[in-house]
Design a binder for this molecule. Structure first.
Ligand SMILES: Nc1nc2c(c(=O)[nH]1)N[C@H]1C(S)=C(S)[C@@H](COP(=O)(O)O)O[C@H]1N2
Ligand SMILES: [Mo]
Length: 303
């Protein structure tokens, strides 16, 4: 398994600034759809050039965060009550250094970069978001993943006094999610701490939320308080709520419809009332980078 121990790098290994900026542009700006594969390819360049981020206003006022209500404007209205600082994240399970990591200590040890990613909700709307943050792999390195680990489980804060939505049993709180370890270690898998260079607002999952750009939005769990390395596939909130509708993988796939609606197209948020729906891309446009993770799997069965 490709596992990068960045903490073992010496000063001499630090990427020169020009190369770093170039990589940042490649991953974040010019080619969200390319890391190595499509570089230089015409289709890749054209597709990348078309990635125009949504406005800050759109990204922070049209949200799903059911702990604050099920309306799209509920999170912006009510999430201000969440105490997102100070914060700590417990990392436990199959790790060498389990414990509570203070958010500030995490930030001190990470280099924040920008990633402009497509974001596709299972409800068939989409956005393009300029996130700031770091790779999940770098955070997992701090904890030291043991060789027996196969999955990563995530848990959102549960604060009944700050979260009016948890009074309703829409979901089995706390919100939980999970990834296979190789998905979690993939360089596209990101921990967001900001949007447009500003600290991430509470409604978007402050102070730390997962972003897995090739999966439906509900995998991108917000306001994480616990990360557990395990050897078993962890339960996930939407799968528990509707096992026939939401699978563990939840990879964006225009060919596998939700039982109640098509996933072939999507509505770009902010596109205007008369905008044409756009085709949904396989793995949300990240097929070159991630298809290998699912080689040999039946994607209709493992949905
Ligand atoms: N804890 C928690 N995380 C969550 C959700 C939620 O309700 N609670 N909603 C998910 C869904 S369905 C989507 S589409 C995205 C929305 O992220 P955004 O509001 O930043 O666009 O958050 C995901 N993460
Ligand atoms: Mo979603």
């Amino acid at each position: 398994m490709a596992y990068r121990w960045k903490n073992d790098l010496t000063h001499a290994d630090v990427t020169p600034r020009a190369a770093f900026l170039n990589r940042r542009q490649i991953i974040g700006g010019l080619g969200a759809g390319t890391i190595l594969g499509a570089l230089g390819s015409r289709a890749g360049a054209q597709e990348a050039a078309a990635l125009e981020p949504n406005s800050y206003e759109e990204i922070t006022s049209y949200n799903n965060y059911y702990e604050f209500g099920t309306g799209k404007d509920d999170p912006a209205r009510y999430a201000g009550a969440l105490t997102s600082s100070p914060w700590s994240v417990k990392i436990d399970g199959l790790v060498d250094n389990p414990g509570a990591f203070a958010m500030q200590d995490i930030l001190d040890r990470m280099t924040i970069e920008e990633r402009i990613y497509r974001f596709r909700c299972v409800e068939a709307w989409s956005m393009v978001v300029p996130w700031n943050g770091f790779e999940l792999a770098d955070l997992l390195n701090l904890a030291g993943v043991q060789s027996s680990a196969r999955y990563v489980a995530f848990e959102t804060a549960l604060r009944p006094t700050e979260m009016p939505g948890v009074a309703y049993r829409v979901l089995d709180w706390p919100y939980v999610e999970g990834l296979r370890l190789d998905e979690a270690l993939h360089p596209l898998t990101f921990m967001a701490t900001g949007i447009y260079g500003k600290p991430i607002p509470n409604q978007n999952g402050a102070p730390l939320r997962l972003v897995v750009p090739w999966k439906y939005g509900f995998k991108s769990i917000k306001s994480i308080v616990r990360i557990t390395l395990t050897d078993r596939e962890p339960p996930t909130s939407w799968n528990k709520a509707g096992p026939n509708e939401y699978g563990f993988y939840s990879n964006v796939n225009p060919e596998v419809d939700h039982p109640r609606w098509s996933q072939a197209t999507e509505r770009l948020v902010g596109g205007g009332l008369f905008a044409k729906r756009q085709p949904t891309l396989m793995f949300n446009g990240y097929e070159q980078e991630v298809a290998g993770l699912y080689a040999g799997m039946d994607l209709a069965r493992n949905f």
